[in-house]
Write a protein that binds this ligand. Structure first.
Ligand SMILES: *Cc1c(COP(=O)(O)O)cnc(C)c1O
Length: 434
């Protein structure tokens, strides 16, 4: 048996576990807490021979590498930065942008998570991983798991099916379950959770999965290695909060490394008005997300253009989660209107020459707010995480884009029904065996 190059440490009690792939939580009896990966290699050795995210493999909880993994493309902005009066704006671009060699085909940083999540398990693993998604995660996992030949079951709300496309036919290992009716991401999470109770299925884990967090954390590693130091500020749009936590954890590892300085980069995280649960909680000093009335919540969810930021149960209150990360980094949260996001999107495309998605536009608008308020200064180093971009460009270059076929549809009213679940699991197993 191979000894792992990482262990898992509980952020609440410090209990330590071997780097086993399936472990998501601590066994001790305390409040919910994230486990965090601790790597044997305290210093980051970047393997320059590799182009994609696996060049950071020392700090990824993986046991193998996938052939085709892309990585973030990171550069000092020559156009947007000066336009905003910033000397050291570093853009981390996740998406499709051929002139810059960015080949994240599914056009979001969820592909970093998917690749690391898959590589955490040995090849030939035959249990089906279940992933709930508001769209981008499912698209990324479909692409990566299809290429890898690993089984995955994606659960999404039906109204998000429009974001489930692929560049070509996918392998039979990819199954797609849509929750019909007036469902949202939360309903997909509920169904995915129950499906995981059935034999043959296991949960991907979301924010609890260190593979997802450390895969996303490579955005900060690539920024810091470009700059030769930890940046002063980090901007990102958040939905589940996982990316923000990941950025903070990468920051902590870089401090321990010793060669990148001791900066605690300030987290600047943004949500899209009118759905701003983490902004509201943070600005009121609350360690937990306030309860919303259901009808109010639906109205808010329907009102945002950055649909991926629609998580109503983010990893905020959990120990080692976003509230802790914001506290430790003296972070700030931003509420961005659709109008602000759309202006920021136009500005970015005009300045840098590539389209960005609505979530990245929210992050860019937050940066513009921070500049206007003097929260960030000309000479400071700033990392702007463009979490997704180039989809319009990709659609122009790749006419073969097609919808991912739905394997099964489940009515919203059946999400809590046990017998419906058993038959769903059975039919998925049969489909997988065929
Ligand atoms: C998922 C996603 C986000 C938000 O990331 P979280 O880790 O869920 O907070 C932002 N932008 C894009 C493009 C995404 O796909």
């Amino acid at each position: 048996m191979m000894t792992s190059h990482y262990s898992l440490v509980c952020t609440a009690c410090g209990a330590t576990y071997d780097g086993e792939p399936g472990r998501l939580t601590c066994d001790a009896d305390h409040e919910p807490a994230l486990l965090r990966a601790r790597y044997a290699s305290r210093q980051l050795h970047v393997d320059q021979q590799r182009g994609g995210l696996f060049r950071f493999r020392d700090w990824l909880p993986i046991c193998r590498e996938l052939g085709t993994a892309s990585g973030p493309r990171t550069f000092v902005s020559e156009h947007l930065g000066p336009l905003l009066g910033l000397d050291h704006l570093v853009i981390v671009f996740n998406g499709y942008w051929p002139e810059r060699g960015a080949e994240t085909w599914t056009t979001s940083f969820k592909e970093l998570e998917a690749a690391t999540a898959a590589a955490r398990y040995p090849a030939g693993h035959r249990q089906t991983m279940v992933v709930a998604s508001a769209g981008n995660t499912a698209r990324a996992f479909a692409h990566v798991y299809s290429a890898d030949g690993s089984p995955v079951c994606l659960v999404v709300p039906e109204r998000r099916l429009g974001s489930l496309w692929s560049l070509g036919p996918l392998s039979d290992d990819v199954e797609l379950v849509a929750v019909t009716g007036d469902s949202d991401y939360f309903d997909a999470i509920r169904l995915a959770g129950s499906l995981c109770q059935q034999p043959g299925f296991f949960p991907e884990g979301g924010a609890l999965n260190v593979a997802r967090r450390d895969g996303m954390g490579t955005t900060v590693l690539s920024g810091a290695t470009l700059l030769g130091r930890i940046p002063d500020h980090y901007f990102q749009a958040v939905g589940s909060g996982t990316g923000g936590i990941a950025a903070w954890e990468a920051n902590l590892r870089l401090i321990e490394d010793g060669r990148f300085g001791t900066t605690r980069m300030q987290l600047h995280l943004a949500q899209n008005v009118p759905f701003t649960p983490m902004v509201d909680a943070w600005q009121q000093g609350l360690p937990e997300i306030p309860d919303y009335d259901e009808a109010d919540l639906k109205r808010r969810l329907n009102g945002i253009t950055a649909k991926v930021l629609s998580n109503r149960r983010p990893a905020y209150a959990i120990r080692g989660g976003l509230f802790d990360a914001l506290q430790e980094s003296q972070g700030k949260m931003y509420a961005v209107t659709n109008q602000e996001a759309s202006s920021a999107s136009l500005l970015f495309e005009h300045a840098e020459g590539i389209d960005i998605n609505a979530e990245s536009a929210v992050a860019t608008a937050a940066l513009m707010q921070a500049v206007a308020r003097g929260t960030v200064r000309r000479r400071e180093t700033i990392l702007l995480n463009i979490t997704g971009g180039g989809e319009r460009r990709l659609r122009r270059d790749q006419p073969g884009i097609q919808p991912i076929p739905v394997t099964r549809r489940v009515a919203l009213v059946d999400v809590g029904c046990q017998s419906c679940l058993r038959s769903l699991a059975e039919s998925l197993r049969v489909a997988a065996a065929e």
